[in-house]
Design a binder for this molecule. Sequence first.
Ligand code: XUL
Ligand code: CO
Length: 439
Amino acid sequence: MSYFPAVNHISYEGAKSDNPYAFKFYNPDEIVSGKTMAEHLRFSIAYWHTFTEALSDPFGAGTAIRPWNAYTGMDLAKARVEAAFEFFEKINVPYFCFHDVDIAPEGSSLKETYANLDVIVAMIKDYMKDRNTKLLWNTANNFTHPRFVGGAASSNEADVFAYSAAKVKKGLEIGKELGAENYVFWGGREGYESLLNTDLKLEMDNLGRFFHMAVDYAKEIGFDGQFLIEPKPKEPTTHQYDFDVATGYAFLQHYGLQDSFKFNIEANHATLAGHTFEHELRYARIHHMLGSVDANQGDPLLGWDTDEFPTDLYSTTLAMYEILQNGGLGRGGLNFDAKVRRGSFEADDLFFAHIAGMDSFAIGLKVAQQLIDDRVLEKFVDSRYQSYKEGIGREIVLGNTDFHQLEAHALSLGEIKTRSGRVERIKAIINQYLLNAFA
Ligand code: XUL
Ligand code: CO
């Protein structure tokens, strides 16, 4: 049985193609600087958005018309697995990601939830055996059920802390079983609404303890996936503890966890934090903490996490610039933590959306590689910081100066000359590269 009978394997047809079921720029086998596009981009599909999402919003019911909608319970979970693997193969994406509750329904007890998971995990494992699909990461949904009203590891209820630990323990076992390359911790409701009723110190200490126990358990069972924290500044809570990469990195260092974690950086979370996507990628990269990416984009006119498919070429280019400068994503990938709009409710839209995202990152990859090859940004940055390559600047970066010496230098100066930042010139050049990359 086929869930998408009208769609065949999506392949590359080039920039002139008007076939909506074809890639125009993503050519998986094309070599870019020694690696294929597929190897660079390591695309992944988010199970929750593509196979579980009903496309509801706070004011309206779900609109999604899905070929598996006729099923319920475990039959629905199984139908979704069948549909998912058909989709992965047709769209030619090598990885997927899921939360525990995305793949199997919660039972009336934790034991029953485990049993449901075991059935579906066995089915997924079976599907993975003779296909090319791999698990980029899995995670625990410790935020949707009402028990998580006060958080999970940072809940005011110790029983919820324990329950959350049990779900992560099971998640690590599943990750090991399916060969996950990473395991993700997104803070969910790890944060608070009001300081008036919150023991901030206890909550953060508990979060630190929780992560240590997760690291210990992974070691115990030989799960070798990379642990990733996914920062987000707000939503659902007003103050999320993993606000952004800088805050998360300080947290990890404070609790002695910095060697066990990297970051999973989501574009829309970056912009919610008042940063650009590339800022978060850069911050993680320069600290050797860039692990993986949730590829999406926000709506600058809305103040929440809209999880749109990435189509902004400027953003994909600057993101790929950071990823290439990082030497790639290692065990990470570009996971489309993105959903079709509520008005794009047909199953075909799932294909169109992923094609749009994959083509946008393929363009970003090619343009970023050309910018790097021509040292476009490096030339501007080098000349802007020239003053640190000679004279007093060189002494400063070598650590050879103190305030006495610097004061003496300052007193000897006439009027200080500064240089233009040239931002408009740089942006114009990036536009030229964007337009010329496929000319
Ligand atoms: C929520 C979000 C999550 C994480 C995984 O904003 O991004 O879907 O990626 O829990
Ligand atoms: Co995400």
